[in-house]
Design a protein around this ligand. Structure first.
Ligand code: BGP
Length: 481
């Protein structure tokens, strides 16, 4: 009925479908602080920010950041007032398992912190959506190769299993990994994220091969051992930048498709269809041969692994912020070897797109719409949860019209995808509840619906205009202003 009623006309009259959920997201390292309190051990972000502060804007770190380890009740209160249905947060591996390895002992105080947070959320009618891993690899595992070493798979599986045992009675939505591209490509190929390694064209593929096998393994364990008792769902979150062809030429159209397969299909094709996308296998194998290598830089799955990984996500978590223009580039313009060269696509932006304070983030709402259609067509209309989207400002402003406009424009495209095209999107999450430590950007990029002055010892949370607008969208379930 709704479909018929609202298919045409004014988007502001469209109602978000029944059961559609709204949330906000954060991640442990970015908000908790208390980096060495109550038995927590060091992770790769603690390590990098302490050893090489010059890698971070303003030489800052997240030793204290929003201090959510002590102020989580304030966070929950903020969310309760906002009216969100769920809170997507992550658990810090080294807080609950300081020794990190399979068989090691749980840290009771660390476990208690998340128990208290989860209980507080549930008491306030907010569903916990838990990201098991949001980039904070235990430093003790990194010294043994981190995600390049396949022994991390069993350690991760042990860690995730402890979370199901400890919290699975109350947590019904699990996300195994946040953004494999940032973990693997930015962590092990381009040195933009911890552990800041530059293993061009090799480290990224090796890392993701371990990430996706760890994902598949824990999915099967949850499915077999925990789901029958706990009844929850488990999936993965990948980020996708959408690509428009730079011109209407057939070549640019191919470049746009190739870009999406290399930067999104790489992670999701194995899970939705089985194995890496054919174009990725073909190109990496071919270029490896040209480089005189005996084996491809792209590792191969066994048949058993393909079976384990295929179909291993109850929903598709999608982080989406922005879009690029694609055209094929001269192979010599990319580092050799590299993932960029394997992909072979040069990216640019349309001058009409509005830039944010983050150099990579431009407002392109139609890109979001086309991405949702792309996912529907390529993966047989899976259930999608938008697990992140958001706008970066740079100032202290409480009035944030650009963020408001971004949220409204993206939500309007989302409604169009749901109503006009039948895309199966069941939830939407804003990054972020509050300003926080934005990785190498430190505190210079501000994504918060809530402002925090990081000089203020109390870290007082002050809602911005966008907070009030989101509050109204959630309570009316419409985009009326
Ligand atoms: C996503 C991450 C978030 C958050 C966001 C903002 O990729 O999952 O953790 O940081 O991006 O981006 P950035 O911090 O790179 O500006």
């Amino acid at each position: 009925l709704l479909l018929v009623q609202y298919s045409y006309g004014d988007v502001s009259q469209r109602v978000f479908p029944e059961g559609f959920k709204f949330g906000v997201a954060t991640a442990a390292y970015q908000i908790e602080g208390a980096w060495n309190e109550d038995g927590k051990s060091e992770n790769i972000w603690d390590h990098a920010t302490h050893e090489n502060p010059e890698w971070i804007d303003g030489k800052t770190n997240a030793d204290v950041t929003c201090d959510s380890y002590h102020k989580f009740k304030e966070d929950v209160k903020l969310m309760k007032d906002l009216g969100v249905n769920f809170y997507r947060f992550s658990i810090s591996w080294t807080r609950v398992l300081p020794d990190a390895v399979e068989g090691s002992k749980l840290n009771e105080k660390g476990v208690a912190y998340y128990n208290n947070l989860i209980d507080e959320l549930i008491a306030n009618g907010i569903e916990p959506y838990v990201t098991i891993f949001h980039w904070d690899t235990p430093q003790s595992l990194e010294t043994h190769g981190g995600w390049l070493n396949d022994t991390i798979i069993d350690n991760y599986v042990y860690y995730a299993r402890q979370l199901f045992i400890s919290y699975g009675d109350r947590v019904k939505k699990w996300i195994t990994f946040n953004e494999p591209q940032q973990i693997c490509e930015q962590g092990y190929e381009t040195a933009q994220k911890a552990p800041f390694l530059k293993l061009h064209g090799v480290g990224d593929y090796q890392c993701f091969h371990n990430v996706v096998r760890a994902h598949g393994k824990i999915y099967r364990i949850y499915d077999k051992e925990f789901r029958p008792v706990q009844g929850g769902e488990i999936g993965i979150t990948a980020d996708a930048v959408y690509a428009f062809p730079k011109t209407n030429s057939v070549s640019d159209q191919m470049a746009a498709e190739q870009f999406i397969e290399f930067y999104y299909g790489w992670f999701i094709h194995p899970i939705m269809i089985g194995n890496y996308p054919p174009i990725v296998i073909e190109r990496v194998d071919e270029l490896s041969k040209q480089e005189g290598r005996v084996t491809s830089r792209l590792p191969k799955f066994t048949e058993e692994e393909i079976d384990m990984i295929k179909g291993s996500s109850d929903f598709l978590g999608l982080n989406h912020y922005t879009t690029i223009l694609a055209t094929f580039g001269d192979p010599d313009s990319f580092p050799n070897p590299s993932h960029d060269r394997d992909c072979g696509v040069l990216t640019s932006r349309d001058p009409s797109w509005k830039p944010s304070a983050a150099p990579w983030l431009y407002e392109v709402p139609t890109g979001f719409y086309h991405l949702l259609l792309w996912i529907k067509e390529h993966y047989n209309n899976p259930r999608v949860i938008i697990t992140e989207t958001g706008w970066a400002g740079s100032g202290e402003e409480l009035d944030d019209p650009d963020r408001v406009q971004y949220i409204r424009n993206y939500l309007s495209e989302l409604l169009k995808a749901i109503y006009d095209d039948g895309c199966n999107v069941i939830g939407y999450t804003i990054w972020s509840l509050m300003d926080n430590f934005e990785w190498t950007y430190g505190y210079t990029n501000k994504f918060g619906l809530t402002y925090i002055d990081f000089e203020d010892p109390n870290r007082t949370r002050i809602p911005r205009t966008s907070y009030k607008v989101y509050q109204k969208i959630i309570s009316t379930r419409r985009l009326i202003s």
